[in-house]
Design a protein around this ligand. Structure first.
Ligand SMILES: [Zn+2]
Length: 387
């Protein structure tokens, strides 16, 4: 009997359910997977063998004890063969990483571009960086699962079009289509390509490469030149109707406040965005970081005021979403406790007034690579949740 489309989908769903289970509970045996999933032992054995052959899972060393004899074989993710490429399209730079299935960074390159450059030119440059890493993965006998790109704007999931990126000045750019064509022209056709907002992919990076399940809902707040967030609820991204969910940099903190990159006034980004903070202190971003490291009193006072605004933003997001975990990322993390200290204090004080405890707050596990690693996580996310 021919295999129908429905059966193929069912098989994909079952295969990926097994991978997700082994990832969240490393060391599970085939028998335990059968109990956890409700699939028969013979189905689990068949699918596990396929997953081993395809490079997703590996068998770990069996523990042998005298009294009990041979124990069931523990299964783990196999980080040796499959790989994803993740990319960051920043406001003035590109960063491309290759990652293993278990979250190891295999290769990473960074390149700058002029803010005046046309979108097609920047995407061409990105395609060239990707193609080099595709070739390197092939040489290392790794199989590419796909490419995921984090971009500084809202993305329409179905089309891969970036609707608006205020800090780049781009509107309605078909990122996925243009990148796919550039890759094809460079001799790399047919690559599975995914595009999503940078904070969204960074949030997925925390979830998909976690060795144990982490807090859900998860709120990832990215603070750089732009300010945005990614929210993972029930293991899935909260994207909103048009991809605009999580654009928290444009929550108004003050009526008639300073002008924001989006055209509105008094947005959070106009107070706590890296460029906005530097502008407010009359210096460049590089000078802001240098003065912070040197402990310049005026700079520290400015950052403390911005930190209080960040604390209010964190509080408002917490009141809206009740996240189990908050992860902070973005270039502003380099400002350290000068910004984050007052933010945490303000947030905790507001919560304490209502006699409530704040959730754990951590920094991104991938640090400055949060967005490219998140791009790789996006690929994994799309494959592990086939529907
Ligand atoms: Zn704004």
């Amino acid at each position: 009997m021919a295999i129908t489309g429905d059966q193929r989908l069912l098989k994909r769903i079952n295969r990926m359910a097994l991978v997700r289970l082994v990832r969240s509970q490393p060391g599970l045996s085939r028998a335990e997977l059968s109990i956890e999933t409700g699939l028969t032992k013979s189905t689990v054995s068949l699918l596990v063998q396929e997953l081993i052959d395809d490079g997703w899972l590996r068998e770990d060393t069996v523990l042998v004890t005298g009294a009990i004899g041979r124990r069931p074989t523990p299964l783990r993710l196999d980080g040796r063969r499959l790989a994803m490429i993740g990319a960051e399209l920043g406001v003035d730079h590109l960063c491309v990483t290759s990652m293993s299935l278990d979250g190891e960074v295999l290769e990473c390159v960074r390149a700058g571009f002029s803010r005046q450059a046309a979108p097609e030119k920047v995407l061409q440059q990105l395609a060239e960086l990707i193609v080099t890493q595709v070739a390197n993965l092939t040489s290392a006998r790794r199989e590419l699962l796909g490419v995921g790109v984090g971009v500084p704007g809202a993305v329409l999931e179905a089309s891969g079009v970036m609707a608006v990126a205020p800090n780049l000045g781009w509107r309605n750019v078909p990122v996925r289509e243009a990148l796919g064509m550039a890759l094809e022209a460079l001799g790399a056709p047919g690559i599975a390509l995914f595009v999503q907002n940078d904070a969204d992919v960074a949030a997925l990076g925390e979830v998909e490469f976690a060795s144990v399940p982490i807090g859900d809902p998860l709120l990832y707040l990215s603070i750089g030149v732009g300010v945005g967030s990614g929210v993972v609820v029930g293991g899935r991204l909260l994207l909103g109707g048009r991809g605009f969910a999580g654009e928290v940099g444009h929550i108004q903190l003050q009526a008639n406040g300073p002008r924001c990159s989006c055209g509105r006034s008094g947005c959070a980004e106009a107070f706590i965005g890296l460029q906005a903070m530097a502008n407010g202190l009359g210096c460049s971003i590089e000078e802001l970081e240098a003065r912070t490291r040197a402990g310049d009193p005026a700079t520290l006072a400015g950052l403390a005021t911005a930190g209080e605004r960040l604390g209010v933003l964190l509080h408002n997001l917490w009141a809206t979403l009740d996240p189990a975990l908050i992860v902070l990322g973005g270039e502003s993390c380099r400002l350290g406790s000068a910004l984050m200290g007052p933010a945490r204090q303000t947030f905790a004080a507001l919560a304490q007034t209502a006699n409530l405890d704040i959730p754990p707050i951590t920094e991104s596990r991938f640090g400055e690579l949060a967005i490219p690693a998140g791009g790789a996580a996006l690929v994994l996310h799309k494959l592990l949740l086939p529907i």
